[in-house]
Design a protein around this ligand. Structure first.
Ligand code: UTP
Length: 294
């Protein structure tokens, strides 16, 4: 089956990042680095690997650093060239003019509202959504990044595709949870969705993990601005209303996910990635042993 290609991705980055205060008072959470790349860079790299061309950032006050990160830094580049330093390290930050668009979410009314703010730029085509604080890392030599795996699934089944992962039952209440239907390999039919359910009401232990491929009709649902859990306009609630009208599937990502919106998840990601880097692994392993006294 041939599906409309996924050319656009929305990155909602207007949240307040309160769990990382005071670090995030003047610096966006998405600019906090895992080793030497800010979180937003990992998400953008994953989008490009999946063939996405246009990046739509939904920003808010104090988020300009994210846009600057992907802008040309003329002074820096000229100085580096003069000092005969290679500019290769800046390569991932280059975006073709016109391929980065920003819109403002003036009040942080929730993730659903942030996505809705991008409706005019998304237009009438399917689009991807990335939550950059969820860091998704493909297996070395494996099937690639999370969105790449999702796009491959989407090419087969069309409609809406979300990424899910299994969590222990007592941890699901902080997340969007799916009611699963039939499964085939890594693909599971989605029969229902609920945001932040009480533990006893959760329909499964499969949580939505920060990556989505959505049909543009979700914007018509979000037009209604209905509030859900926590008084916020929830994307999960809008998606739930698409079930039954369009195909809706979940992909279990073959890779690892780090919740970098939490402090412990952030530390775990830093350590895990450092231990895999050729330029650091030995030193970091020795340091970790020393700290743990083993
Ligand atoms: P979070 O729930 O992690 O909220 O948002 P947050 O503000 O980023 O962080 P904490 O909880 O205060 O520490 C999930 C994603 O949705 C975006 C955030 O930027 C993040 O990528 N978001 C959330 C918005 O863009 N707008 C909103 O109104 C809410």
């Amino acid at each position: 089956m041939s599906q409309k290609p996924i050319r656009k991705a929305v990155f909602p980055v207007a949240g307040l990042g309160t769990r990382f205060l005071p670090a995030t008072k003047a610096i966006p959470k998405e600019m906090l680095p895992i080793i030497d790349r800010p979180l937003i860079q990992y998400a953008v790299d994953e989008a490009r690997e999946a063939g996405i061309e246009q990046l739509i950032f939904v920003t808010g006050r104090g988020k300009t650093a994210i846009v600057e990160h992907f802008d040309m830094a003329f002074e820096l580049e000229t100085t580096m060239k003069d000092r005969e330093k290679t500019l290769e390290v800046l390569e991932p930050t280059r975006i073709q003019p016109g391929n980065l668009v920003t819109v403002r979410q003036q009040v942080p009314l929730g993730l659903g509202h942030a996505i809705w703010c991008a409706r005019a730029i998304v237009g009438d085509e399917p689009f991807a959504v990335f939550l950059p604080d969820e860091l998704m890392i493909g297996q070395p030599g494996g099937k690639g990044g999370c969105m790449k795996q999702m796009v491959e699934a989407y090419e087969q089944v069309g409609g809406n595709v979300i990424s899910v992962l299994e969590l222990p039952e007592d941890e699901v209440s902080n997340y969007g949870v799916i009611a699963p239907g039939e499964s085939r390999g890594t693909l599971t039919e989605v029969r229902g969705l609920v945001e932040k359910p009480k533990r006893q009401d959760a329909p499964s232990n499969l949580i939505i993990s920060g990556r989505y491929i959505l049909q543009p009709e979700v914007m018509r649902v979000l037009d209604r601005q209905e509030k859900g859990a926590g008084g916020e306009i929830q994307l999960t609630d809008a998606m739930a209303q698409m079930i039954g009208k369009q195909p809706f599937h979940a992909v279990t990502f073959d890779g690892r996910r780090f919740d970098c919106g939490s402090k412990t998840g952030f530390v775990e990601a830093t350590l895990a990635l450092a231990l895999e880097r050729e330029d650091m692994a030995d030193e970091v392993r020795a340091m970790a042993r020393r700290l743990l006294g083993c």
